[in-house]
Design a binder for this molecule. Structure first.
Ligand SMILES: CC(C)(COP(=O)(O)OP(=O)(O)OC[C@H]1O[C@@H](n2cnc3c(N)ncnc32)[C@H](O)[C@@H]1OP(=O)(O)O)[C@@H](O)C(=O)NCCC(=O)NCCS
Length: 180
């Protein structure tokens, strides 16, 4: 049986919901506004990242991996007006019975604890999955703002390991944070 997390999670003033093809324009606008903020750390944040074709393709991949049960992409939206404030995901890419949490926040909404609340909500959703025993957050060791998120949530730094450099600011050494 394929086990999936909820399609909508509301917690502490942030709504996480499964994105749909009709969201691609709003996501593209959030990525466009945030591109220079994302580019150092996110491999996909290049000049083509906001093109409608790329956004549609990305959404198709999100849909098929959600249906397969391998990756669960979420949009973080403001509960009041539905604006896109970030995005996150649960990814089954770190071995059996384990999920990795990823996230980014719209540049205009950083510094308000959104990533922390998003990661807290997704940690809870991941721990609730009956086939998951381990939850991790990976980030380059130079990405101090990202590392502050698992640290704030009580994750422990399990190790720092060699990793591919896929984005311009990465050092090739990745921190692996494990819950709890
Ligand atoms: C890293 C990133 C996700 C952090 O997003 P963020 O929403 O600013 O992060 P946080 O939720 O941790 O917010 C922390 C700040 O909000 C403040 N804050 C306000 N209210 C808060 C609350 N209720 N809870 C926690 N922090 C709160 C904290 O004091 C902190 O301020 P500081 O940075 O001045 O110390 C964001 O900078 C980003 O998108 N970076 C580019 C992409 C990226 O690196 N992604 C991760 C790849 S591994």
């Amino acid at each position: 049986m394929t086990v999936r997390p909820p399609e909508r999670i509301e917690r502490d003033g942030v709504v996480l919901r499964r994105p749909r093809q009709e969201d691609t324009e709003a996501i593209g606008a959030a990525v466009a506004a945030s591109l220079e903020h994302l580019r150092p750390w996110m491999a996909w944040a290049d000049d083509g990242a906001t093109s409608p074709a790329r956004r549609r393709e990305h959404q198709e991949r999100c849909d098929s991996s959600w249906d397969k049960g391998s990756d669960f992409a979420y949009l973080a939206v403001d509960p009041g007006d539905g604006r896109v404030v970030g995005a996150a995901g649960l990814h089954r890419r770190i071995g059996p019975r384990a999920v990795e949490i990823g996230y980014w926040v719209h540049v205009d909404h950083t510094g308000r604890g959104i990533a922390t609340r998003v990661a807290a909500a997704l940690t809870e959703a991941a721990v609730a999955l009956p086939d998951v025993d381990r939850v991790e957050i990976h980030c380059d060791q130079a990405n101090v703002r990202s590392a502050a998120v698992p640290r704030r949530l009580g994750y422990r730094l399990d190790r720092i390991e060699d990793d591919d450099v896929t984005a311009p600011a990465e050092t090739g050494r990745s921190m692996v944070w494990v819950h709890p």
